[in-house]
Design a protein around this ligand. Structure first.
Ligand SMILES: [Zn+2]
Ligand SMILES: [Zn+2]
Length: 158
């Protein structure tokens, strides 16, 4: 996503109106690294903009997607998230708390061919699932609680 000033100029050039609602949304999105959903953006903004509706949030988001300033990301949990970073990158989703983070492609050993058996690749979406740094620290991973309890209760003589 471009700077707010660039966005305003782009919007004016395409005949769009620069409303306070758009400006607020641009500002929140510009600093968002958590890939918010339309509902989350609405919740953040509606206290400052009591006249804002969820429909308007969707409308402004769709405009930005059409302008190529915003990407939609299917996070695999049924939610559509919005990403101001339109450069190619992968994502990390925590299966415990739902945190959704960016992952630079350089960290992955992935080479996507432009053609696969006649199939022309135009886009790639990579979402790695696991535990975020916070969740990975709070509980041991890979051993569900019930399983550990069962092991502990097994009589030693059997
Ligand atoms: Zn987490
Ligand atoms: Zn992202």
């Amino acid at each position: 996503m471009k700077s707010i000033q660039d966005l305003i100029e782009r919007l004016r050039a395409t005949g769009g109106k620069v409303t306070p609602q758009r400006l607020f949304l641009f500002r929140v999105l510009g600093s968002a690294t958590n890939h918010p959903t339309a509902e989350e953006l609405y919740e953040t903004l509606r206290h400052e903009l009591p006249t804002l509706s969820l429909g308007t949030v969707y409308k402004i988001l769709n405009e930005l997607v059409e302008l190529g300033e915003l990407d939609t990301v299917d996070s695999g949990d049924g939610l559509t998230r919005y990403d101001p970073d339109t450069a190619p990158h992968a994502h990390l989703r925590c299966i415990r708390c739902g945190a959704f983070q960016d992952c630079p492609l350089e960290l992955l050993d992935v080479k996507t061919p432009e053609h696969i058996n006649g199939f022309v690749v135009t886009n790639q979406r990579i979402v790695l699932e696991g535990y975020c740094a916070t969740c990975a620290q709070t509980k041991p991973i890979g051993l569900p609680n019930s399983q550990r309890t069962r092991e502990r209760r097994t009589p030693s003589g059997c």
